[in-house]
Each structure stands twice: as C-alpha cells, then as structure tokens.
Design a protein around this ligand. Structure first.
Ligand SMILES: *Cc1c(COP(=O)(O)O)cnc(C)c1O
Length: 365
C-alpha cells in the first residue's frame, strides 16, 4: 500500500465517552455526512451503533438512503435540503428531513392529499446562520399554517449555530432567538416534541441551552485541538500515512519538483513519498508543510504533485532512512488542525478531502 488512512475506532469511542460527560448517549445525534467526514460512513456508523448510539444525521438523501438500508432501526435525519421529488421516498423509508420554506409545506400538503398520507417533518429555522430555514418574520404565518395543515406532522424544530467556536455574544443571540421562535411556532401544536440547536462547539461551550439533542460532528472525529476544547480532550480518529519510495543524496544543487520552486542542495538527502494532492494532501503544503518521520518533522520541499511529493531528511536520518518506511502527515504526532492552518482552511475540509483512492484501515487499539 502506497498510502492509507488509519481509522482508530478506540479513539472514536474515547471521544464518545468525552461527549457523554455533557449529555447522555440518547441525546447524541452523530453527524456522519460526507462519508463521516472522510472516515467511512458505514464503518463509523456500525462502530457507533455498537457503542449504543441510535441517532444519526447526514447531509443528502443518497447518504440517508444508503445508511437506512443497512440499519432500519436507527434514527436518520437529513440536515441538507431535500428536493421535492425525493420527499416521498425519504418519508416512506422513515427518514426524517426538514422543511425550510412555505413552498415545501405546500408541496407536501398537496401530494399528501393526493396520496392520503401525512409526513413527519422537522421545521428548520434560521436563527442567524443565514443559510436555509424560516425567518423570524415568518413565525406567525408558519404557526397558522402548521395548525391548519393536515398532511404534514411537524415533530420538531432545529436551527444551526454559525460561530459557536468563535463568537460568544452572537451565539447567545442565536440561543435566545431559537427559544423565542420555537415558542411562537409551536404554540398550540402538540406534535412538536423535539428541539435541537447545538453543533460540536455549541455542545462544549453552551451547555446550558442544550435541549433534546446535540448534533456532533468534528469532535467525534477529534479534528480539534486540546486548547479549543479544554477541559475536554478528543483524540484524532484518522491518521494519514504514506511510504517512502525513493531516496537520494544530491551530488550538486538541483531543482526539485514542478515549476522549479525549490533548489535542492548538494550533500542533502531527499526522500520521495507516495502521496499527492489526488489523495488529499493539499498543494498549499508545497514548500510549507511537513511530515512526521522517526521523531522528526521533515519539510515538504518543492510542489506537491498529484501522486507524490518530496521531503528533506534531517542529517540525523540520512543513513537510517529506508525505502518503504512510513511517514505520518497528520494523526497522533501532527494535528490535522495544524495542517489545516497551513492550508488556510479548517480540519473539516482536510478530513473530508482525503480522497476515495486512499484505503481506510480500521483498527481498534
Ligand atoms: C455539519 C452539521 C453539524 C455538525 O457540525 P460540527 O461542527 O461538525 O459538530 C451540525 N448541524 C448541522 C445542521 C450541520 O450541517
């Protein structure tokens, strides 16, 4: 294997135990969208079911159908928009989805009448994320319409924090808006039983306002640092590894990789590693990133190629390095957050950007 992502299920379990210091496991909705943030949706779901988790959230209809097909006994909620023509199928499979505007309610009312059926839905409200969901100005009309609806059955309301990791005041504002909007929308409607608002950082930092569920993603996978999550500690579930395929000590100064952005030096030793941007190692890391190898952080030199890249070996490793040795890109020794920072992005994008070409190896250790 030239490169692989090791997925440590014990670390996943340890992260669940950490979340259980805040909420009971029945309140956890494990977010497994985007192939469980790159970790493998089916395997992560199986592992979490073994740990007693029963509620899951995905982003798309296809993800929901795939997971519900395998596990009919779990709760599955779709967090992204569902196209009208999918709603029927999704509801028939007992998958929950959200309505975000009046047009969707009208559609469900109309088709429900034709088919003689009633559809359970969650109401999505916009408390400040500004993406999808009913606006504050629409709450009264929404309450009226829901009270008179006969083919949709609203069972819950949810919303989403935009900045629970970074802006306390704004998050507080979203909390109070959520409460107020929920009261107005559910007034006189007894079917609305569930409310949820908290993502990972909301769960850690705004525990007082947790209601029926929390929807946790990134902390499950440990794509965070201890500083961000103190006093809680989350362990990285994914480690990305690749093998050294070639080693050379330069006889004279010469360029390394595309575009001649790095000139190697005579006497220095370089190793070529079998991983590249097609695997998810971002090109932003050219001449900037590093890998962990035998206790050293080794610089990535020159441009990251599609399938390979080159590192500079420290003097101490010159004679020790061998073809076939394994280097770590992120995991136990280099945080995925560090890598994301170097790429001007967030750990989420790095994790779900590890491509399908990279085998996932599941371990419990
Ligand atoms: C992705 C997502 C989450 C999970 O967010 P994390 O920051 O990974 O915990 C929760 N709720 C919604 C609506 C989402 O789209």
């Amino acid at each position: 294997m030239r490169c692989w992502a090791e997925i440590n299920i014990n670390n996943l379990y340890s992260n669940i135990d950490e979340i259980k210091k805040i909420v009971t496991k029945d309140k956890i909705i494990a977010v497994i969208k985007a192939d469980a943030y790159g970790h493998g949706m089916l395997e992560i779901c199986n592992a979490l079911i073994k740990k007693g988790i029963k509620n899951f959230a995905v982003a798309t209809s296809d993800e929901a159908l795939k997971i519900k097909e395998l596990h009919d006994d779990i709760m599955v909620l779709i967090l992204g928009p569902v196209e009208n023509e999918y709603m029927d199928l999704i509801a028939d499979k007992n998958i929950y989805f959200m309505v975000t505007d009046f047009e969707e309610i009208e559609y469900l009312e109309k088709t429900g009448k034709e088919k003689g059926k009633t559809t359970d839905v969650f109401i999505k409200i916009d408390t400040g994320m500004g993406r999808v969901g009913f606006q504050e100005s629409e709450t009264e009309k929404l309450n009226e319409i829901l009270k008179n609806a006969s083919h949709i059955n609203p069972i819950g309301i949810f919303s989403h924090f935009s900045s629970s990791d970074s802006d306390k005041d704004y998050t507080k504002l979203q909390e109070s808006k959520f409460k107020a909007m929920c009261e107005k929308i559910s007034s006189g409607i007894s079917s609305i039983k569930y409310r949820h608002l908290h993502n990972s950082f909301g769960t850690l930092k705004f525990q007082d306002s947790i209601e029926d569920f929390v929807r946790v993603g990134i902390i499950l996978y440990g794509g965070v640092t201890d500083e961000e999550t103190a006093p809680y500690k989350f362990k990285p579930v994914m480690s990305l590894f690749a093998k050294i395929s070639y080693i050379k000590t330069l006889k004279e100064d010469s360029f390394i990789s595309y575009g001649n952005t790095y000139k190697g030096k005579a006497g220095k030793t370089y190793a070529t590693v079998s991983i590249g941007y097609a695997d998810g190692v971002r090109r932003d890391l050219s001449n900037k990133g590093y890998v962990f190898y035998k206790g050293y952080k080794c610089e990535i030199v020159g441009r990251v190629c599609m399938d390979q890249l080159i590192i500079l070996l420290p003097e101490e490793l010159k004679n020790e390095a061998k073809k076939g040795d394994v280097v770590e890109f992120f995991g136990e020794n280099i945080s995925v957050v560090e890598v994301a920072d170097l790429c001007n992005t967030i750990s989420y994008e790095i994790l779900c950007g590890i491509s399908q070409r990279v085998p996932r190896i599941y371990v419990e250790k």
